[in-house]
Design a protein around this ligand. Structure first.
Ligand code: AMP
Length: 510
């Protein structure tokens, strides 16, 4: 079992088909892709890299990313994808922890020599061209033999607390993840095209796997990032596109579509499927997205430790507006995906009753093998075969899971549990509120009190009194923020997640 066989299979059966695009320009057919990846694998072996060795990819999105991934797998190597926004010192920490031998970088990401490597290759240089030069006959380069539990992707968590941990994902994990996509997210056809609008170093890059399984097209935007105008225009030229977008990106697409006066039919031309997840999608945002862009959304809930796969809220469930619990379902993350079991448990690992909140546990073939060289963290996260996700949620009688919050974000005020997300949902409905983050602030009397950080929309001025009045109408009194702090922006990590630890620290430090 080796993910590289997916490429060999398409090179055989659909060799002449254009597989990779940079913007609207053809970059490689399946055969060209295979010939370059096989060439790279051969040269890496000749240079002394052996199966199981780690190589780092520290690059912004680029078509070459796909050739490097499959070249590394062809040679049996482990890929360590690193977020292009990390500081060189953070990357050096990862290089050291992973004991990586080589790194492929782009100069816009890092222009210094990183410590701890045997070789650092600029992916856009003559050196890289030589390494990736196509071999005349790709079938002559054998794909390294890999076992299902051999590691393919060593993914460092974004580390909103403490040092990042290396999540070990195996060939079997990623094969299962790819196949599950067809059943629970979207059946992919050969004519489809996936556009990499989010960093390929994170979950987004893994969408290459199911799309290569189907022999579909892979599109890397020219800008390498998220530019709604570019994505819509790409969609009209070579789409309809499928994409993965975090809720903040969905919001930007919808804003753009509204401002540009686009209709649902325009959105249908540009996009086949928009998969969203990775962070909570607030109800008000989802409703607007559906209104503006139509029912092309599918939600997934997963985490680095079980990539893409835990639950999904299907297009069918999202469209089922006549269902008596439709609104609750839209606010949920859907039902367990086909290849995993999902439970909600108390701290002792016993199932809680239907509708009660507990920690979400996942078991199945997509769950990581553990954390790299970190038995302590692995033992805490994986117990009796179950992954403890650190997410709190509750499940209804039909198996729909609703996430409440991360267990570490839960706050307890005067003995009552308060889920910040619930308060955030309410505040986001106030006109003029752009963003909200609710955290617990220290309080001698209550233990913790609810504090809301508010970002107002440009040109709008909001008062604590009007926000409080709105909360009084919609949630229990004890959940109302005791304090409102107006800020111009919220601190976020490199993947756009709000850093609540930093907000809490601001409160403790006064
Ligand atoms: P990461 O490992 O960086 O992908 O982050 C995974 C975490 O993001 C999960 O443990 C959840 O807390 C959150 N998350 C992922 N998907 C969703 C979703 N659909 N809705 C709400 N939160 C999500």
């Amino acid at each position: 079992m080796n993910l590289a066989h997916l490429l060999g299979r398409q090179a055989r059966t659909a060799g002449a088909q254009i597989a990779i695009f940079e913007g609207t320009q053809a970059w490689a057919t399946h055969v060209q892709w295979a010939a370059r990846s096989a060439g790279l694998a051969q040269r890496m072996h000749q240079a002394g890299l052996v199966p199981g060795d780690r190589i780092v990819i520290f690059m912004r999105n680029h078509p070459r990313y796909l050739e490097l991934l499959w070249g590394a797998w062809w040679a049996g190597l482990v890929v360590v994808p690193v977020n292009a926004k990390l500081h060189p010192a953070e990357v050096e920490w990862i290089i050291d922890n992973a004991q990586a031998r080589w790194a492929f970088v782009t100069e816009d990401v890092v222009s210094v020599a990183l410590k701890g490597l045997e070789r650092q290759i600029n992916a856009q240089s003559a050196e890289a061209d030589a390494l990736l030069a196509p071999v005349a006959d790709w079938t002559s380069v054998l794909i390294a033999q890999r076992e299902p539990n051999d590691i393919a992707w060593l993914f460092y968590t974004s580390g909103t607390t403490g040092r990042p941990k290396g999540v070990m994902l195996t060939h079997c994990n990623l094969m299962t993840m790819g196949l599950t996509y067809f059943v629970d997210v979207d059946p992919i056809a050969r004519e489809d095209a996936i556009v990499y609008a989010a960093p390929m170093s994170h979950g987004c890059g893994l969408y290459a796997i199911p799309h290569l399984m189907a022999g579909a097209r892979h599109v890397v935007p020219q800008s390498g990032g998220v530019d709604p105008a570019e994505l819509f225009s790409l969609g009209c030229d070579i789409g309809p596109l499928s994409t993965f977008a975090a809720p903040t990106i969905v919001k930007r697409l919808v804003d753009y579509a509204q401002l540009a006066g686009l209709t649902v039919s325009d959105a249908t031309h540009a996009f086949k499927t928009i998969v969203y997840g990775g962070a909570p999608m607030y109800f008000a945002d989802l409703e607007r997205a559906l209104r503006v862009m139509g029912t092309r959304f599918v939600q997934i809930y997963g985490q680095g430790e079980t990539p893409m796969v835990a639950t999904a809220l299907s297009r069918r469930h999202i469209a089922d507006i006549d269902h008596p619990r439709h609104v609750q379902r839209l606010a949920s993350v859907g039902v367990a995906q086909t290849t995993v079991q999902v439970r909600v448990c108390n701290e002792q690992g016993q199932d809680v009753a239907t509708g009660e909140t507990g920690e979400v546990l996942v078991r199945g073939a997509t769950v990581m093998a553990g954390y790299w060289r970190n038995p302590e963290a692995s033992g805490a996260a994986l117990r009796d075969g179950w992954l403890w996700t650190g997410d709190l949620g509750c499940m209804d009688g039909d198996g729909f899971l609703t996430l409440k919050d991360r267990s570490k974000d839960l706050l307890i005020s005067g003995g009552s549990n308060i889920y910040p997300r619930e308060v955030e949902e309410v505040l986001l409905c106030v006109a003029g509120v752009a963003e909200v983050a609710v955290v617990g602030g220290p309080d001698p009397e209550w233990g913790e009190v609810v504090v809301a950080f508010i970002v107002a929309q440009t040109g709008v001025s909001l008062t604590a009194a009007e926000l409080d009045a709105h909360c009084l109408q919609h949630i229990a009194r004890f959940k109302r923020p005791k304090q409102y702090i107006f800020v111009t922006e919220l601190p976020k990590n490199n993947y756009g997640k709000v850093l609540k630890t930093e907000l809490r620290a601001r409160l403790t430090e006064g």
